[in-house]
Design a protein around this ligand. Structure first.
Ligand SMILES: NC(=O)c1ccc[n+]([C@@H]2O[C@H](COP(=O)([O-])OP(=O)(O)OC[C@H]3O[C@@H](n4cnc5c(N)ncnc54)[C@H](OP(=O)(O)O)[C@@H]3O)[C@@H](O)[C@H]2O)c1
Length: 329
């Protein structure tokens, strides 16, 4: 019999998460039945969506939602061999007994010299989000100027690099000098530290005097209110996330974008990467190929130890990570 550790949502978040929102539980797992597998987590993901989704998708006392790369350590399902790896929506747990619903085998020809943790990052959900936001939502064209915020994070860092591959001019905003230095390493044309810049409006204008054709929105709130004025006529905005609003207890209010949207005839579209799930296998191959060609760099911020998951999650919401935030068990 295997003992699993699991992090529960002890109490719904109210404002910024604290240790008291989480509870560590030990569970004795049953033997897998026919069709089931026993998984052991190798890498787990902490993501911003967990904060807003917990409120709408979870009850108190449930295991925190989340995805992991896990090794199959017992199998009563011929399609999942012992020793193989899967990406699974198992939540924050070290071991899981489950039927194979929601499990995706890691890409068959995953190269031996590439860490499997990237299946939670650039060669996984965040990479796919970047790709679909640029191609399906924005329809980014060579020669255009793109703005992306939270640019040194899991999604943003891939957004900027794909936009460079596509022959665009890229301006990235991030929250520290070290992050901005990282963006320069990645080939971003202009960078902004939004925390230290005197006037964000002026910095955005100086970074792209010709204006922005496309805006990949990860942050929302005040940043968005400033940036929208710098869009070119007929500009496109992909609303991927709004992390600056996730911990609000009282909703932020205006300025509202409507007049600017009308005068500049802007198009704004929210999206979730899952809309293009049918394209995932092909898209993951494209991301992997770019990485192997050296066109896509994948930085990770690794926290050691399952017990440190809540701290890693809170760190992510405070901007501690450069690249994808990962927990190594
Ligand atoms: N629509 C979808 O399908 C989809 C899928 C994945 C992710 N997302 C969204 O995409 C965004 C980025 O996600 P990610 O996984 O790549 O996370 P991430 O960028 O790796 O990490 C979050 C980053 O957000 C920034 N941040 C945190 N609080 C902030 C605040 N109050 N104001 C401004 N910036 C703040 C921090 O960077 P700084 O130091 O630069 O502030 C932090 O490092 C999130 O909004 C997420 O919800 C959407």
């Amino acid at each position: 019999m295997v003992q699993a550790k699991a992090w529960l949502l002890a109490k719904h978040f109210d404002g910024f998460p604290t240790e008291s929102n989480f509870e560590l539980k030990l569970e004795q797992l049953p033997e897998p039945k026919d069709g089931e597998v026993l998984l052991e987590a190798v890498f787990l993901s902490v993501d911003p969506y967990m904060r807003p989704f917990s409120r709408v998708r979870m009850n108190e006392g449930e295991v925190m939602i989340g995805t992991q790369v896990a090794k199959v350590i017992q199998s009563k399902n011929a399609e999942f061999a012992v020793g193989s790896h899967v990406v699974g929506r198992c939540g924050w747990r070290t071991h899981t007994v489950c039927d194979t619903t929601g499990l995706t085998p890691v890409m068959v020809d995953w190269p031996e010299d590439v860490s499997l943790s990237l299946a939670l990052g650039a060669i996984g959900m965040p990479g796919l989000t970047a790709l679909y936001g640029l191609e399906e939502v924005l329809g980014l064209q060579a020669g255009e100027t793109l703005l992306v915020n939270a640019a040194a994070g899991a999604v943003g860092s891939v957004v900027g690099q794909i936009a460079k591959i596509k022959g665009c001019r890229v301006v990235g905003s991030a929250g520290s000098d070290a992050k901005v230095a990282f963006l320069k390493e990645l080939g971003f044309d202009r960078t902004i530290n939004y925390k230290t810049v005197g006037s964000l409006d002026q910095a955005l204008r100086e970074a792209a005097p010709e204006g922005y054709d496309c805006y990949f929105e990860n942050v929302g709130g005040q940043f968005s209110s400033v940036a929208i004025h710098q869009m070119n006529n007929y500009g496109r905005i992909a609303v991927c996330g709004c992390i600056s609003l996730y911990n609000d207890t009282t909703p932020q209010t205006g300025p509202y974008p409507h007049l600017t949207m009308i005068f500049k005839q802007l198009k704004m579209e929210g999206f979730m990467q899952s809309r293009w799930e049918h394209k995932h296998p092909e898209s993951l191959k494209r991301l992997m190929a770019w990485m192997k060609e050296g066109k896509l760099q994948c930085r990770e911020h690794i926290t050691e130890g399952f017990d440190n998951m809540p701290a890693a999650f809170m760190g992510l919401l405070q901007g501690e990570n450069t690249g994808k935030a990962i927990i190594k068990v």
